[in-house]
Design a protein around this ligand. Structure first.
Ligand SMILES: O=c1ccn([C@@H]2O[C@H](COP(=O)(O)O)[C@@H](O)[C@H]2O)c(=O)[nH]1
Length: 236
């Protein structure tokens, strides 16, 4: 099925099995959101679940955050492309050779290739967390450094927090895609996220795509929660 809209909301299907993921997907409209399959659901339900979601009209972001040697990682993104996903990601801290190998490996897929993006600094990490792994720069400076490396490697964009979006749009240009988790409506629990913004703030800051999990999936009425966020960002 061809999607003619470009939904900016990506619902993170962080479920322990395929059944609740499909039950939620059945209530959602592919014209209003894309879906993200991450490590838990993919490890439980695998490529078949991704195919099922795609057969139901959804474009899928396969969020497995590959981080390995160039040969292994580039083979993994090719496997994701064979699966037909819309977006796939790697860790920018895997370095230049790894990211270039991935980008080159996807060239053979032509215009059918997935968007290839790189994770900069996880939105669950604060400056203190970075210091704990030996990085004394601020999260914003580290994100900026890894985004420049990612763009120089020819990837399509990065995963970052919406807090970094204004700086990255200024430094990397409008076409460099910013995919931002850590989205929290005002009334939502922060949970383990550190660098957060509301949906409207994130769009105003320059986010291209909002990744939203628990504020939708754990809401008493997930559909109403999505509709409220969709209304908030569509009005901008
Ligand atoms: O830096 C990152 C990269 C990925 N994520 C993923 O996004 C969702 C966020 O879910 P919430 O429930 O809205 O917190 C989740 O699947 C993460 O694996 C991220 O949060 N931060």
């Amino acid at each position: 099925m061809t999607i003619v809209t470009n939904p900016r909301i990506i619902v993170a299907l962080d479920f322990p099995s395929g059944d609740p993921a499909l039950a939620l997907a059945d209530q959602l409209d592919p014209a209003k959101c894309r879906l993200k399959v991450g490590k838990e659901l993919f490890t439980r339900s695998g490529p078949e679940l991704v195919r099922t979601l795609q057969d139901r009209g959804f474009e899928v972001f396969l969020d497995l955050k590959f981080h390995d040697i160039p040969n292994t990682t580039s083979a993994a993104v090719a496997a994701a492309a064979d699966l037909g996903v819309w977006m796939v990601n790697v860790h920018a801290s895997g370095g230049e050779k790894m990211m270039v190998a991935c980008r080159e490996r996807l060239e053979s897929f032509g215009s059918d290739r997935p968007l290839l993006i790189a994770v900069t600094v996880l939105t669950s990490m604060s400056a203190e967390d970075l210091a704990g792994i030996g990085i004394t720069d601020s999260p914003e400076a580290q994100v900026s450094r890894l985004a420049s490396l990612t763009r120089n490697c020819g990837l399509d964009g990065v995963v970052c927090s919406a807090q970094e979006a204004p700086r990255l749009k200024a430094e990397q240009g409008a076409g460099f895609q910013l995919v931002t988790p850590g989205i929290r409506p005002l009334t939502a629990d922060k949970g383990d996220q550190q660098r957060i913004m509301t949906p409207a703030e994130a769009i105003r800051a320059g986010s291209d795509y909002l990744v939203i999990g628990r504020p939708i999936t754990r809401a008493a009425d997930p559909l109403a929660a999505l509709e409220a966020i969709h209304g908030e960002v569509s009005a901008l």
